[in-house]
Design a protein around this ligand. Structure first.
Ligand SMILES: [Zn+2]
Length: 404
């Protein structure tokens, strides 16, 4: 609305001169010399540039590739503190265990609301500059009723994809009574957290929660209207993946240590396998076998697991490059997993694709094809980002050294 009360018509934008357009639409496929029209926050049209319809504005992509905005379906952004020393020690030979989470719990509990909110805003913006237009965000560093609800309230200000992870690790004050902590997570904490969350998650792992405890957390969450997702089979074999499939979880995340029965379960169910190679990179651990999952017909997503302990990256391009180099994925498969795969892991059909009706989340790359995301690892290729049809300011921010 203008000052005089007249309604301003939303401006439609035709992005033309796209060298290669990855639509993730089975009928449109990948289109060379393409154009896309964005209108009212949605994709109105996608096809060959020679047939582009009229629009209010035109942007010439200059031969750059366009992909759907990345969908990062697994991130832990509500935290305070720093674990540089732990990373440094690990890279100098100490193994990773789940217990390091408690270090971040102490720092997060001590932080103010404003400090936590500023951190979430910073990491969401950092991810956006790297092409992430949808991001999931978990609690899990509060581990009291008040601190978990606070984390979810802060996350919900930045994303609709909010996950209650009270069952991240047993906090120190319950070290001798883990089942009493599960009672808290499935009782008063769930009641306080459910209004802010869409999903319920549990770290089902030795050192965190066993299969029975994980089942209790997920079924209680489901009764409260939350949809399950599971941290499963990251550090060793375990019941997490099969439990996820049995309970109809949207996603089983990590999937690093799988036996044949786990793979068969994923292939026969609707649960997406979300692979988080930043965690293996940052803990110097063996990578999950994406090829095995894809060959079995499992839907695979790639996400960052952005968190201060085991994977402090918000970069989806980095995850794509690792998945191609180390996990047996083709460049096409990896980019699809980082966009459409993430959308499936979040049960979203409005993101992760660039075909008519989809949300207007588009990334232009300083490259002729999305293959460059793996071919040119570590290079900041994101040239421009549209989110909800709005072009974001300068995608790649200059690094300020403080010098004039
Ligand atoms: Zn995680």
């Amino acid at each position: 609305m203008t000052a005089s009360g007249r309604k301003i018509r939303p401006v439609s934008v035709a992005i033309t001169g796209i060298g290669s357009l990855l639509t993730n639409d089975p009928e449109l496929g990948t289109i060379t010399d393409a154009a896309v029209v964005l209108d009212g926050g949605r994709v109105a049209w996608a096809g060959p540039a020679s047939r582009v319809p009229d629009a209010d504005e035109r942007v010439d992509a200059g031969g750059r590739a366009a992909i759907p905005g990345f969908v990062d379906s697994h991130a832990h952004l509500v935290f305070a503190g720093d674990r540089t020393a732990e990373f440094d020690a690990r890279m100098s030979g100490s193994p990773y265990t789940a217990g390091g989470i408690r270090t971040t719990v102490a720092a997060t509990r001590a932080a103010s609301d404003a400090e936590l909110a500023a951190n979430v805003a910073r990491y969401v913006a950092e991810a956006l500059r790297q092409g992430t237009t949808t991001i999931e965000c978990k609690s899990g560093y509060g581990l009291t009723v008040e601190d978990e609800a606070r984390a979810l309230r802060i996350a919900a200000a930045h994303t609709d994809e909010v996950t209650y992870l009270g069952a991240h690790v047993v906090p120190p004050e319950y070290a001798t009574a883990p089942d009493a902590y599960v009672d808290l997570v499935t009782g008063p904490m769930l009641e306080a957290c459910a209004p802010y969350a869409r999903w319920v998650d549990v770290f089902c792992e030795r050192g965190a929660f066993d299969g029975d405890q994980a089942r209790a957390v997920l079924t209680a969450g489901a009764r409260a209207g939350l949809v399950p997702r599971v941290h499963a089979n990251q550090l060793g074999p375990g019941p997490g993946v099969r439990l996820a499939v049995e309970l109809g979880a949207a996603s089983a995340d990590h999937c690093t240590h799988l036996d044949d029965a786990d793979v068969d379960a994923l292939a026969s169910g609707s649960t997406v396998a979300t692979l988080l190679p930043g965690a293996e990179f940052s803990t110097r651990a063996p990578y999950p076998d994406a090829r095995r999952l894809l060959d079995a017909g499992v839907t695979v997503a790639l996400s960052t697991d952005c968190n201060p302990g085991s994977s402090f990256t918000s970069s989806m391009p980095f995850c794509v490059a690792i998945a191609v180099r180390e996990m047996g994925m083709s460049p096409d498969e990896a980019v699809v997993a980082a966009t459409l795969g993430g959308a499936r892991a979040l049960r979203r059909d409005d993101v992760g694709r660039l075909s008519p009706g989809a949300r207007a989340d588009l990334v232009l790359l300083d490259a002729p094809s999305h293959v460059h995301l793996a071919y040119r690892p570590g290079v900041p290729l994101v040239s421009a980002v549209w989110r909800h049809g709005v072009r974001e300011a300068s995608a790649v921010q200059p690094f300020h050294t403080g010098r004039a």
